[in-house]
Design a protein around this ligand. Sequence first.
Ligand code: KG4
Ligand code: ZN
Length: 358
Amino acid sequence: MIPPAVRIVGIETSCDETAIGIVENGRQVLANAVASSLPRHAPYGGVIPEIAARAHVETIWQVLEQALQEAQLPLQALDAVAVTQGPGLPGALVIGLAFAKGLALSLDRPLIPVDHLAAHLYAGEMTAPQLQPPYIGLVVSGGHTLLCVAHDEGRFELLGETKDDAVGEAFDKVAKLLGLGYPGGPAIDRLSEQGQAARVPLPRPGGRAPLDFSFSGLKTAVYREVQKRLSAAAEGSRLKAQGDSLEPRALSLEPQVTADVAASFQEAAVEILVSKTLKACQRTGVSQVVLGGGVAANRRLRERMAEVGAQKKLQVTVPPPPLCVDNGAMVAGLGFPLLQRGRTAPLSIGSEPNRCLA
Ligand code: KG4
Ligand code: ZN
């Protein structure tokens, strides 16, 4: 007898995306609806938690309706409710959690709390159904940069993490310095195509431990390179320097120089991520790799990981971009193995803003 399909709804509100997915049997994406409050944050150059939380409240019901419409299912067809419990912005997480509780209560369905970072990696398992743990997980997002081994039964072993900025944060800050707006990752990704990385030398700093990361040094090196080029330009045109703040003056970089800086920064960040991931494979003897998180949407990172994977005979899985950035389908997907393991929770649970692969 064919077992009945289990349809799980996944609710994701850890940052600025209000995202709801519906996934069948942990693999088949029936819907992946998302509303982003990004335009409301853009004038501030970063996510404002209060604005994100308000936007979740305003849009979450519409996003659920959109997901149900996409999946062509009535509310009653949902078998369980998975929700991001953490990590994330405290005020944003509680909106999704409260909504999920209301849904679970009214439908009389189980509630499944999900770790956001584990969900990013589970997107890899959804992408490559033949993939079995153990695999090396590289989570690269706006809030996190870490390497881990994903074992079976949803157990994770942390190998290393960033000691300062997350790589996505570094992309966003460098983009701001270059006047490319927010969010910076996609802007740097696009502009880098027109730049030549070799024209702007940048270091490849690592964390103290071999598998840790540190991106603040790279960011500072970009500031210095920009400052050097601005000073040279000012000198050349006999302009006077206008104080110490780089940001307003950075806008006056030549467009080609801006593209070169963007390309060089991206190349350095990608090289650091790829080389540490390779090191993690060598140290553990694990030859499967999964990338997750918004920065995994970066084209150069995807390209380099594929090249190095082929060279070193690693099996690299990178989810399609809509499953890399924050989304509800990865939460709904991970809900399935958790439900099978009985990892449901009472309606009394709270959010866990500092959770990390728990
Ligand atoms: O996973 P995510 O959507 O949200 C968090 O959990 O943080 O990641 C967002 C981060 C942002 O820093 C954004 O700039 C970055 O992912 N990002 C990218 C690209 N698309 C999104 N970074 C580099 N290249 C991209 N194409
Ligand atoms: Zn994320």
